[in-house]
Write a protein that binds this ligand. Structure first.
Ligand SMILES: [Zn+2]
Length: 167
């Protein structure tokens, strides 16, 4: 019966790959081609402070992945939050996260939050982290001042831009 409901749901509400628009299943979400093109999980060893144990990335930021994130971030496509759990489920080093109890997202500037209506990080991670038993705590960081848009800055400029911006 469940399989019948799944098939009916796929017929009534077909899911398109958020990277290229090809018809896919709501279980896999992404097409194989977009996944193969961007899937590249790794630990990025480029921290600039002593306060960071590790920074992980799952996908390269180009092609379909870039398109999907830009749509979620700048085009109000909050329904694209569904695109991330299947990727996050494939995170290969979950055992390294076992000791962490609380997840704190970086808050948006209040002006951006008003414009966008949501923090895209919440859309991408909140449900996934809660289902993994972590406490998702958006109040953990407070933005003290507005900064320039990080995506338009160089690496050094980003560091300066963010310094002292949060409590
Ligand atoms: Zn695709």
């Amino acid at each position: 019966m469940n399989r019948f409901i799944e098939m009916a749901a796929e017929l009534l509400y077909p899911w398109c790959c958020p990277g290229c628009g090809k018809l896919t299943s709501y279980k896999t979400i992404w097409c194989g081609s977009c996944i193969n093109d961007t899937w590249n999980p790794r630990l990025v060893n480029s921290s600039v402070t002593d306060h960071l144990d590790g920074c992980y990335t799952l996908c390269d930021y180009h092609s379909g992945m870039r398109k999907c994130i830009l749509q979620l971030k700048y085009n109000g496509k909050s329904e694209l939050s569904k695109a991330f759990p299947p990727l996050l489920d494939r995170f290969p080093w979950w055992d390294r996260m076992e000791d962490f109890k609380i997840v704190i997202p970086v808050p948006l500037a209040s002006r951006k939050m008003k414009e966008r209506g949501y923090n895209q990080v919440d859309k991408m991670f909140q449900k996934w982290m809660e289902s993994a038993g972590k406490e998702y705590f958006p109040q953990g960081l407070v933005r003290l001042r507005r900064g320039e848009t990080q995506s338009l800055l160089t690496r050094v400029e980003r560091y300066k831009n963010i310094k002292g911006a949060f409590h």
